[in-house]
Design a binder for this molecule. Structure first.
Ligand code: TGC
Ligand code: FAD
Length: 390
């Protein structure tokens, strides 16, 4: 059998530049040789390996789409291809990549002062510093604009107080980008809160069944003194965090398909090998139909994400399309992972087959960065003109 016959039926690769193909292959090689050998330990023991994070930096994977400051300056499509290869191994590694690149480095690059860019970007690119992004609060998840974290102007600094919840990598972060409302005008601004500032705590959330290879925690701020030089000068209002989310969500739309591809690959090999009733499971029509459905969704899904990303590169992408892509990729990847899990029978629940890990991970991926429901409502608003959120 030839993989070429089924793996890329719409010839996505023919629409990539030579450089993009090279980057995709290099990311695949990195994921296979560096990430894959670590992933079972990462998931079983909730182990985050800082050495691995630095290796991601050395490989040029962190903030890859940024020009200068030690970053690779590659296309948005290359960023998506990297996310896809990394998430073939594990969504937690891709989450770490998304947060560092789109949610921490991107806003510093877009909205930071020259001094902030020089101070933080090179060390975030190399993996020396781990960043995190604090938007969600205990009482404001889907409605972040209701946030209550406050920054009080004290002349040369602000004091920031409040709590952020569900923050990827907060327990190990060196730098927390915290979104808070200032007391003077009630508008949202970005605060670069550094590890070691008095009044900052980042407790870990225990008992997660999902994304166990990256820690998730809170950011607790008790009158943390943040110098004015650590406030992002270039943005006021919810446009700031949403600009970050637009970049991250498109990367996730690529990445989730990577997880689905990995599940389908494993399932195809497994059902070809496993004999029941005297013949391979793959010889059964029901099994073939399930795999055909998965392949169809993955193939069409990846090609639509490429089209959206090309629109982004041309400056023509509306955030409604990003909502469509994020929701479609994540919900369908989750469905595919669950169906693949079933086709592996008992082995499907064992982590050495990797599929159950993808199922557990994709549950969170379908929830964070805007739940599938919230993206439905964004599309509903686009269709009807009526915002149904409240
Ligand atoms: P509202 O809050 O009323 O609007 C405020 C302003 O923001 C604008 N806006 C956007 N701008 C650009 N791109 C977008 N995607 C935007 N969405 C909203 C909006 O136009 C408005 O601008 P202005 O100038 O008129 O003030 O928001 P809304 O009513 O437009 O939207 C509501 C809703 C529900 C869509 C929004 O609140 C939302 O997206 N909620 C979901 C929350 C979310 O995604 N949180 C993510 C947290 S970070 C995370 O999960 C990281 S996971 C990391 C990992 O490990 O990968
Ligand atoms: P809620 O908003 O309480 O939603 C609960 C349910 O109600 C969902 O099904 C939702 O779709 C539904 N719902 C809510 N409102 C409506 C409505 N109007 N109509 C219909 N249904 C509705 N946040 C960060 O800021 N930074 C991070 O790094 C980060 N990392 C995360 C990592 C993990 C592992 C997880 C699980 C979350 C992370 N998040 C992060 C938070 C994430 O963005 C939120 O969990 C998400 O936005 C949903 O918020 P919530 O959990 O409060 O759910």
């Amino acid at each position: 059998d030839s993989e070429a016959d089924w793996k890329d039926m719409l010839r996505l690769e023919s629409r990539l530049s030579e450089e993009e193909v090279m980057i995709k292959n290099a990311a695949a090689q990195f994921a296979e040789s560096e990430l894959m050998p670590q992933v079972l330990k990462g998931f079983r023991q909730e182990h985050f390996d800082k050495g691995l994070f630095k290796a991601m930096g050395s490989a040029g994977l962190l903030g890859s789409f940024i020009e200068g400051y030690g970053c690779a300056g590659v296309s948005a499509t290359s960023y998506g291809l990297i996310a896809r290869e990394v998430e073939k191994v594990d969504s937690a590694y891709r989450s770490t990549l998304s947060v560092q690149s789109s949610l921490v480095m991107h806003p510093i690059n877009l909205f930071g002062s020259q001094e902030q860019k020089e101070r933080f970007l090179p060390r975030l690119a190399s993996g020396e510093l781990v960043g995190c992004f604090g938007l969600t609060e205990p009482d404001h998840g889907s409605d972040p604009s209701g946030m209550t974290t406050r920054a009080v102007d004290k002349g040369d600094h602000f004091t920031v107080s409040g709590a952020k919840n569900w923050i990827t990598n907060s327990p190990i972060a060196d730098l927390c980008l915290v979104w808070a409302k200032t007391d003077t005008d009630g508008k949202v601004r970005g605060f670069l809160v550094e590890r070691g500032m008095e009044g900052l705590a980042t407790p870990k959330i225990e008992g997660k069944f999902s994304l166990r290879a990256s820690p998730t925690g809170m950011i607790q701020l008790d009158e943390v003194k943040v110098p004015k030089g650590n406030v992002l000068p270039g943005v006021v209002g919810m446009r700031g965090p949403f600009a970050c989310l637009n970049s991250a969500r498109l990367g996730i739309a690529w990445g989730a398909w990577g997880a689905a591809e990995s599940c389908l690959d494993t399932t195809r090999r497994y059902t070809l090998d496993r004999q029941q009733f005297g013949r391979p499971l793959a010889a059964n029509q029901l099994v073939q139909q399930k795999m055909a459905n998965a392949l169809t969704e993955i193939t069409i899904g990846l090609n639509s994400v490429l089209q959206a990303t090309r629109m982004k590169e041309a400056g023509e992408l509306h955030s409604n399309v990003i909502s469509m892509m994020k929701r479609n990729s994540c919900s369908k990847a989750l469905d595919i992972a669950r169906i693949c899990r079933d086709m592996l029978g008992g082995n499907g629940i064992v982590d050495e087959y990797h599929v159950i890990r993808h199922v557990c991970n994709l549950e969170a991926v379908n929830t964070y960065e805007g739940t599938a429901d919230i993206h439905s409502l964004v599309l509903g608003r686009a269709l009807t003109g009526i915002p149904a959120f409240k």
